[in-house]
Design a binder for this molecule. Structure first.
Ligand code: HEC
Ligand code: HEC
Length: 302
């Protein structure tokens, strides 16, 4: 398998998009299957920050040398926790929120691309409270306060040099410019009454979410132990697990809302499971979106 050989070589290269699905599936494990659907490169809006004082060309250069260099770092493997961030976080993984440009050259991004990446990356930081930035908390081990990350654990503690380098960069940004707006909170009662109901009632001809999502990182829908309904404790664990795949306030970019949605309706390019919704007009999708936006609470579904 030539493709696999290529991807295993120390210099990773940017050939992900042209590899065959089976090669990458082997090399990466299931978590990254999505990264290989060859998506057309979408036209992009010009960077919103352009024209204002920050970021200057020098600021972009600093960002390239600290942050982007880290995104490119090859850690000697192709699995979660080892692969370079860029192998999963490019436009090919659309519609994830953390989607960088596909590097134009073997050496990485052009300065112009970096400027656009900068706008993506600064949505993942919180200059109001740098240590709570998602950019820092996703690759951080859960035992150290991390959020959990399909892409794996990169730092076992906050003391690690990469964490510290990113933290230092976030602290160097204008303090009031990249403050994350507090998202709405997800209602547990609604999850218990209405969201778990979705897992419990497969659509005709479909298999249950529970068949595949019963354990590990994607274990948000384990079957109830008593075979009938989930206990409070089971529900709480499932709630925590699914919360990781949701960006509160933003159903359009939440994995939970995208994976089971048909690609023609704006869903993910790949899901090794079912497509429960053909489009976002599906009333069930709308109901769940209302919950993700913090608008739906309590035990009334519909
Ligand atoms: C093997 C693929 C893979 C690799 C490698 C990977 N990630 Fe991820 N990452 C994902 C997936 C899938 C998600 C979405 C699901 C989740 O949030 O866990 C994600 C989510 C994220 C998020 C949350 C984005 C948001 O919109 O809130 C951040 C931040 C992030 N990753 C940072 C990184 C960094 C930094 C690296 C490199 C040190 C990295 N990732 C490496 C697959 C990967
Ligand atoms: C036939 C097995 C199967 C079924 C049924 C299935 N899935 Fe999946 N799902 C997978 C696999 C495998 C992955 C990981 C690879 C991928 O992303 O496609 C996944 C990934 C996901 C993810 C992203 C997880 C992450 O960590 O980024 C979400 C969200 C998801 N599925 C939701 C659902 C929902 C909701 C249902 C039920 C409506 C469902 N799936 C049914 C196999 C399945």
């Amino acid at each position: 398998m030539a493709g696999e050989k290529h991807i295993m070589s120390p210099r990773i290269g940017w050939a992900i998009g042209v590899l065959t699905a089976s090669c990458v599936a082997l090399a990466f494990g299931f978590a990254t299957l999505e990264s290989l659907s060859a998506a057309p490169h979408p036209a992009q809006a010009p960077a919103s920050a352009q024209g204002s004082a920050f970021p200057s060309a020098a600021d972009i250069e600093t960002y390239r040398n600290t942050v982007e260099r880290l995104f490119l770092t090859d850690r000697g493997g192709t699995t979660p926790g080892m692969a370079a961030c860029v192998m999963c976080h490019t436009w090919q993984t659309r519609p994830m929120r953390f989607s960088l440009e596909t590097p134009a050259t073997d050496a990485g991004w052009t300065p112009e691309q970096s400027r656009r990446n900068f706008d993506v990356v600064t949505k993942l930081v919180n200059t109001g409270n740098p240590d709570t930035s998602r950019l820092l908390l996703k690759p951080l081990a859960s035992q150290a306060g991390g959020l959990g990350h399909t892409g794996g654990t990169y730092w076992t503690s906050r003391e690690q040099p990469e964490y510290q380098a990113l933290l230092k960069w976030i602290r160097s940004l204008p303090a009031d410019k990249y403050v994350a707006a507090p998202g709405p909170s997800l209602d547990f009662t609604f999850f218990r009454s209405c969201v778990q109901q979705v897992f419990a009632t497969p659509r005709e001809g479909h298999i249950r979410c529970s068949n595949c999502h019963s354990g590990g990182l994607v274990g948000f829908a384990p079957p109830p132990q008593n075979g009938k309904s989930w206990s409070d404790e089971e529900a709480k664990r499932a709630f925590q697990s699914i919360s990781r795949l949701i960006i509160p306030g933003n159903p359009e970019q939440s994995r939970f809302m995208l994976k089971p949605l048909h690609p023609d309706g704006g869903g993910s390019y790949t899901h090794n499971g079912v497509r429960r919704w053909q489009s976002r007009d599906d009333p069930e999708w709308q109901m769940l979106a209302g919950w993700v936006r913090g608008q739906k609470t309590g035990a009334t579904c519909s």
